[in-house]
Ligand binder design. Structure first.
Ligand code: ATP
Ligand code: LTN
Length: 330
């Protein structure tokens, strides 16, 4: 049995980028035999930058309903909230004590987010990767589906697992990142040099899975592209258009070259209209299911059962770790 695990922060409304980079690979793995999926809402990670209480609460609930709406199969997948399983904080501390400040300061996400903090940089923003390592290592995850931007955090997780195993004896499985070739880095629709991000201050840059359908279509139609009007995938010279072709390819499972062929005699306008309709249908389907889950009593039952199973796995691992280090009495 292979264990697949991933986390998503409730730091805003999840975007098409999150879906294509993290949720789609998760759903792909869910279709395979002999897998167990653990999916959690990384609320402890979200508070590494300031969050408003009421918004955080509603984002957590919204994300849970959206993950279910995207197609988590509860026969194979368990959904829980990170802060409801305290073993994450406990192993997180152990991982922090085995991390070096120098290696944490080199993390790209830390360097990017640090400069955006107006009220000071929290220590948690720096120690984010050891907590993420704990999230993964607690469950002996084999595969971690994530977008390209998390590759570096997966590498430090592997380093921390190996470092701990060498120091204290074989304890953790060394996990692999699972990153898809298409869709692992969706760019902003307003500025294709930046990644699409749910905490972007410009909503034109991202499509949220809960965007009004007409608003989402408009965002595609007004996405920044060049003026050459030739549908060709060329990341360097046509970053905006190539991003749209990537989204088209990921949502339809068509090869990039097939899309170029279909649109070889078309204009950008026609291509964008078609893509807007594809996205419209995709969002309508998810939003219908979302509306069911968000108002259903089932959600609490699902999250309770996910939490209990996660605690069962995580507490056993944590006990082993404490014992190996020599913490406590047993
Ligand atoms: P924030 O803006 O708050 O940092 P985010 O949009 O970057 O949020 P995360 O919660 O950090 O989203 O990421 C959740 C998952 O989505 C991760 O696996 C991440 O790699 C993936 N992801 C995030 N943005 C993109 C993107 N633009 N393209 C593909 N995958 C992405
Ligand atoms: N760091 C991730 C969210 C995250 C995560 C994890 C992903 C926290 N813990 C464990 C995979 C596995 C992010 O910012 N996207």
């Amino acid at each position: 049995m292979r264990r697949v695990l991933t986390g998503i922060q409730p730091s805003g409304h999840i975007t098409l980028g999150n879906y294509l980079g993290a949720i789609r690979p998760l759903l792909e793995l869910q279709n395979e035999d002999d897998v167990e999926l653990l999916v959690f809402i990384a609320d402890l990670h979200a508070i590494t930058v300031p969050q408003e209480r009421a918004k955080l609460r509603s984002n957590i609930k919204e994300l849970a309903a959206l993950l279910l709406a995207c197609g988590l199969d509860l026969n194979k997948s368990h959904l829980f909230i990170q802060s409801e399983v305290p073993c994450h904080n406990q192993l997180g501390w152990v991982m922090e004590c085995n991390s070096y400040i120098g290696e944490l300061e080199r993390m790209t996400q830390f360097k990017d987010k640090k400069v955006k903090q107006v009220d000071g940089v929290s220590a948690g923003l720096l120690t984010y990767p050891p907590l993420m390592a704990a999230d993964i290592l607690l469950y002996d995850a084999d595969l971690v589906p994530v977008g390209e931007d998390q590759k570096q955090h997966l590498e430090i997780t592997r380093d921390l697992a190996t470092r701990f195993n060498n120091k204290y004896g074989e304890t953790f499985k060394v996990p692999e990142a699972y990153i898809l070739k298409t869709g692992a880095r969706i760019m902003s629709l307003a500025d294709p040099s930046k990644k699409m991000s749910k905490s972007d201050s410009n909503p034109k840059g991202y499509i949220s899975l809960l965007d009004d359908i007409n608003v989402a279509k408009k965002k595609i139609k007004s996405a920044v592209t060049d003026s050459d009007n030739k549908i060709k995938f060329d990341k360097d010279n046509k970053p905006g258009l190539s991003n749209l072709i990537t989204i088209y390819s990921a949502l339809t499972n068509k090869e990039l070259s097939d899309i170029e062929n279909i649109y070889q005699d078309s204009t950008y306008q026609k291509f964008k209209e078609d893509l807007a309709n594809i996205i419209g249908d995709f969002l309508t389907n998810i939003q219908d299911k979302y509306n069911y889950y968000i108002s259903s009593d089932n959600m609490d039952l699902i999250l309770n059962s996910g939490r209990d199973l996660a605690y069962h796995y995580a507490s056993r691992k944590l006990q082993k770790v404490y014992h190996k280090i020599g913490l406590g009495r047993y």
